[in-house]
Design a protein around this ligand. Structure first.
Ligand SMILES: Cc1ncc(C[n+]2csc(CCOP(=O)(O)OP(=O)(O)O)c2C)c(N)n1
Ligand SMILES: [Mg+2]
Length: 318
């Protein structure tokens, strides 16, 4: 890791935070329709994971996908325009918040059905195995998804077929309003991988450096050994499940405690204490994010909606 990379991670984490804060305002102003799930609090996870992949390694995730999209290099303009349902969004405004995707950036979505993208990840890895390359497919999903049948089928197949998949479970303690211990017989979620004789590990998801190191090691393992690996990342979402969640299922003190463990704050301190950046440099990065997000909002607001005939394009492949 060199200094330039670390400062770029800082930029990315602050960018995710600000894009989503502005997104929440636009949602409340009625400018964004449909469901929207914020990643605020979990920024270190996707930033560390995506930083550790080679560009040829595929990435696929669930509906809490704005952060992954930005980390994969989809621009703030395209993300914001997609949120606003504009033609200039990366999915031409037809995917919205839950369906950020870019084949060019090797980011395969953005999937709204809980657990449904796990068999797709196994299928992509099978495709790579068939093609004879050693690309790794990185599949991110929530703790709730591990209670779904798809999860068990996909993990089992990945193990018996020696597929190169890094399974990344973002354990943020809740699936909608249900705490992990009320939904899952096994609370230590990594143990579920044991049922499929799969190597597994756990990492602190509030610390981007730790996430990066764990991702780097496990991606190398998957590539080298041609075996799947299960990485559980312990994290927390600071906002409700989606917009308009009254949050009756958790105590405000619990949220406050985790907020004291803010991944951006932790990384800021790390950079300052290790003399990798001074206050001024970090303030300048934050100011750059502010300008880029303002530009993205103006761009998205000024962009047209998709014309009616767009309803029928990109649905089927000829
Ligand atoms: C098959 C299916 N069942 C139910 C839902 C409704 N639903 C949307 S998100 C969610 C919770 C999933 O929690 P988790 O996997 O932990 O992800 P998180 O939201 O915490 O990131 C549920 C039940 C759905 N989208 N798909
Ligand atoms: Mg969850």
């Amino acid at each position: 890791m060199n200094k330039g990379q670390l400062l770029d991670w800082y930029y990315q984490m602050v960018l995710i935070r600000r894009v989503e804060e502005r997104g929440a305002e636009l949602y409340q102003a009625g400018k964004i329709g449909g469901f929207m799930h914020l990643y605020i609090g979990q920024e270190a996870v996707s930033t560390g994971i995506v930083a550790a992949r080679e560009p040829r390694d595929r990435l696929i995730t669930a509906y809490r996908d704005h952060g992954v999209a930005l980390n994969c290099g989809i621009s703030a303009r395209e993300v914001m325009a997609e949120l606003l349902g504009k033609i200039t969004g990366m999915s031409k405004g037809k995917g919205g918040s839950m369906h950020m995707a870019s084949v060019e950036k090797n980011m395969w979505g953005g999937h709204a059905i809980v657990g449904a993208h796990l068999p797709i990840a196994a299928g992509m890895a099978l495709g790579d195995q068939y093609a004879g390359n050693d690309n790794v497919t990185i599949c991110m999903f929530g703790d709730g998804a591990t209670n779904i049948g798809y999860f068990h089928e996909a993990l089992n197949l990945s193990k018996i077929w020696n597929l190169r998949v890094l399974w990344v479970c973002e354990n943020n303690k809740y699936g909608m309003g249900t705490a992990v211990e009320r939904a899952s017989a096994v609370v230590d979620i990594r143990q579920k991988a044991e049922a499929y004789a799969m190597k597994n590990g756990q990492v602190d998801g509030m610390d981007v450096v730790k996430v990066y190191q764990a991702a780097k090691e496990t991606i190398d393992f998957v590539r080298r050994e041609s075996q799947p690996y299960f990485l559980e990342v312990i994290t927390y979402r600071f906002r409700g499940h989606s917009m308009g969640d009254p949050e009756r299922y958790r105590r405000p003190e619990e949220v406050r405690q985790w907020q004291e463990n803010d991944p951006i704050g932790i990384f800021r301190r790390y950079l300052l204490e290790n003399k990798l950046a001074d206050q001024k440099t970090l303030d300048e990065i934050e100011a750059r994010v502010e300008r880029d997000v303002q530009d993205a909002v103006e761009f998205a607001e000024a962009s047209p909606e998709p014309p009616l005939q767009e309803l029928y394009t990109d649905i089927f492949v000829d």
